[in-house]
Design a protein around this ligand. Structure first.
Ligand SMILES: Cc1cc2nc3c(=O)[nH]c(=O)nc-3n(C[C@H](O)[C@H](O)[C@H](O)COP(=O)(O)O)c2cc1C
Length: 135
């Protein structure tokens, strides 16, 4: 059974786009080997990540990510079974708002984590929008 989990976290320090690119690249490789797909977004010091995959695999990966000292989990939102992957083919899509301001208005990026926190039912429409931005 496919499963998905989305969380919002706060970065514990500043990261350069290169540092985050390296993190995303490593995650992409590790996730692909575990058939985990999803997206990682960084905007205004916060991460939003959606994981998709087998329930046990996603749970184990999330436990590892949650222990990572580079961020602290703010809230885990939208945890449920899934019928199809939104990010099929994406071991871990990565979007850094700092380098994408021209693709969506500034407010879209700054509000996105709060939108998810305030209304988890928007998780799917947000995921679809992020998927479109990955190209
Ligand atoms: C915001 C954030 C997202 C991460 N996402 C993933 C991920 O999707 N897949 C992954 O393998 N590691 C991810 N990591 C890295 C893991 O936390 C961990 O450092 C990595 O899996 C190596 O773990 P290990 O040192 O225990 O082998 C993420 C880290 C952070 C800070």
């Amino acid at each position: 059974m496919l499963f998905t989990l989305t969380y919002v976290s706060r970065a514990t320090r500043d990261f350069t786009p290169d540092e985050l690119g390296a993190l995303a690249e490593q995650s992409r490789r590790d996730n692909a080997a575990r058939h985990v797909t999803g997206v990682l977004l960084f905007a205004e010091g916060r991460f939003v990540q959606r994981l998709e995959g087998a329930r046990d695999t996603v749970a184990a990966l999330y436990a590892r990510i949650a222990r990572d000292k580079r961020h602290t989990i703010v809230l885990t939102t939208d945890v449920r079974d899934l019928t199809h992957r939104v990010f099929a083919g994406w071991g871990m899509g990565f979007l850094d708002a700092r380098t994408m301001l021209n693709q969506e208005p500034d407010e879209f990026w700054s509000r996105l984590p709060d939108t998810l926190l305030d209304d988890p039912t928007q998780a799917d429409s947000i995921a679809d929008r992020l998927r479109a931005l990955l190209g």
